[in-house]
Design a protein around this ligand. Structure first.
Ligand code: GLY
Length: 379
C-alpha cells in the first residue's frame, strides 16, 4: 500500500488527534509560559529552572514542543512561549563546565528550530555554541564523544547520543566546517559497531578504553533491566538516531541500521498490543511500560517510511500508526485537569515509572505532525 493511501485511510484519526493536541497545548502554552516543565505534580507542570536544574537534559523539549506546534498552526501563543523558554534556558550557559552530551536535546530542537522557523540569529548563535561544546567532548584517542561528566565516566558512550549528533551535521551545513559532520559520523559508526547488536537489540552504555581506539571494555544495562537486556527507549534512540544520520549523510549503512533496529522494535511491540514495554529483555512480571519509547520510535519509523523504497513503506508507516493509535487510546489524557498529555513514561527500569515526561508529549506531537504532512524536521 502506498504512503499516501495509508495516510488517507487514517486521516480522520490524524486530524482529530492533532486538533486535540492543539486544543490542549494552546491552553498549557499560556498557563506554563514561565516554566520549563519536566513532569506534572497533581496535574500541574513542574519547572526545572532553579540553580543547576537549568542544566537538566530535557529542558529543550518544552520550547521544542512549542516550536512544533507553531510550525503546525502558525499560532502566536506557541511562538511566544517558545521564545520565552529559550531566554530562560540562557541561564544554563552560566555553567559551561557542567554542560554535557545532551546539548543537542537542549538547544538543537529549541534554538535550532527557532532559527529554522524565524531566521533569528541569536537562536543560531545558541545552537552553534551548543554544537561547539558537543564537539569539544570528542576523545581523539578513544575516538568517541564522551557522555556524562566525571572522572569515572570518561570512557562511556550511550546510545542516546545518536539524537545529539544531528546538531553536528547541522553545524557543518551552517558554517561549512566539515569537522562537525566527520565527528558525528565517527560516533554513528562506533554506535553501529558497539551499541547495536547483530539482532537489532541495543546496548545502552558501552565502556571504552579512553586511550585506545575501537575498544570495548564492558557494556552496562544502564536505564534498562540489566547487562545484555534491551532498554526500549535506548532502542528508540537508535532507531530514530540512525535514520536521522541517514537523512543528513545519505550513507546507506545508517538506513540499514535504522531498519534493523526497527525490525527488532516492531517485533517486540506486536505482542503487547503495540504498547512498548520498558525493556524487551526483562522478566514477564512485573509489567513495566514506557510510552516515551513508543513515541520516539514512531517518529523514526515514519522517517524510515519516507526514506525507503515504495514497496517497503507500509511496514514502517503502519507500525508507527498502530503504536500511536494504541498509545492515544490507552495513555493520552486530554482532560483540562492534567497539564501533560502522554502518560506512562518511565525514566528507568525500576525507578520513575509510569509517569508523564515532557519528551513523551514532544515526540508524540512530532509524530502526529509528521503524519499530518508537516515537513518541518527540527533534528
Ligand atoms: N537520555 C536519557 C534518557 O533517555 O532517559
Amino acid at each position: 500500500m502506498s504512503y499516501e493511501k495509508i495516510i488517507a485511510d487514517n486521516r480522520e484519526w490524524i486530524d482529530d488527534t492533532f486538533a486535540k493536541l492543539d486544543k490542549k497545548l494552546s491552553v498549557t502554552a499560556v498557563k506554563s509560559r514561565d516554566k520549563i516543565p519536566y513532569t506534572t505534580k497533581n496535574g500541574v507542570h513542574d519547572s526545572r529552572t532553579e540553580g543547576k536544574d537549568i542544566l537538566w537534559w530535557t529542558n529543550g523539549f518544552w520550547g521544542g514542543l512549542m516550536w512544533l506546534m507553531y510550525a503546525g498552526t502558525g499560532k502566536e501563543c506557541y511562538k511566544e512561549t517558545a521564545q520565552n523558554a529559550e531566554k530562560i534556558m540562557d541561564g544554563a550557559f552560566r555553567y559551561m563546565d557542567s554542560l554535557h552530551h545532551d546539548v543537542g536535546f537542549m538547544w538543537h530542537i529549541m534554538s535550532g528550530a527557532a532559527y529554522k522557523l524565524t531566521g533569528d540569529k541569536a537562536s543560531r548563535n545558541r545552537d552553534l555554541l551548543a554544537a561547539m561544546t558537543l564537539m569539544s567532548r570528542y576523545n581523539v584517542e578513544g575516538d568517541y564523544i564522551r557522555s556524562w561528566n566525571g572522572k569515572e565516566n570518561g570512557g562511556w558512550t550511550i546510545i542516546d547520543c545518536m539524537m545529539n549528533i544531528p546538531q553536528l551535521y547541522w553545524a557543518t551545513d551552517e558554517i561549512g566546517d566539515t569537522r562537525f559532520k566527520k565527528i558525528a559520523m565517527r560516533y554513528a559508526d562506533m554506535a553501529m559497531r558497539d551499541h547495536v547488536r547483530a539482532d537489532g537489540s541495543v546496548n545502552h552504555i558501552v565502556v571504552h578504553d579512553p586511550d585506545v581506539p575501537d575498544t570495548v571494555l564492558e557494556t552496562k544495562g544502564g536505564q534498562g533491566y540489566g547487562v545484555g537486556s534491551c532498554w526500549s527507549r535506548g532502542a528508540a534512540w537508535a532507531l530514530y538516531g540512525f535514520i536521522l544520520s541517514y537523512i543528513h549523510t545519505k550513507e546507506e549503512r545508517y538506513l540499514d541500521t535504522a531498519k534493523k533496529v526497527a525490525h527488532y522494535f516492531v517485533s517486540n511491540v506486536m505482542n503487547t498490543g503495540w504498547l512498548p514495554l520498558i525493556d524487551f529483555r526483562a522478566p514477564d512480571e512485573p509489567v513495566y511500560y514506557d510510552s516515551t519509547a513508543g513515541a520516539i520510535a514512531a517518529c523514526g519509523l515514519i522517517e524510515i517510511a519516507k526514506n525507503c523504497p515504495e514497496f517497503e513503506k507500509n511496514i514502517y508507516l503502519s507500525a508507527a500508526i498502530k503504536m500511536l493509535k494504541a498509545m492515544e487510546k490507552e495513555w493520552c489524557d486530554w482532560s483540562e485537569t492534567e497539564d501533560s498529555i502522554l502518560q506512562m513514561g518511565s525514566e528507568r527500569y525500576g525507578g520513575g515509572m509510569h509517569m508523564p515526561i515532557i519528551y513523551g508529549d514532544y515526540f508524540f506531537t512530532e509524530a502526529v505532525l509528521k503524519l499530518k504532512g508537516c515537513d518541518f524536521l527540527p533534528w
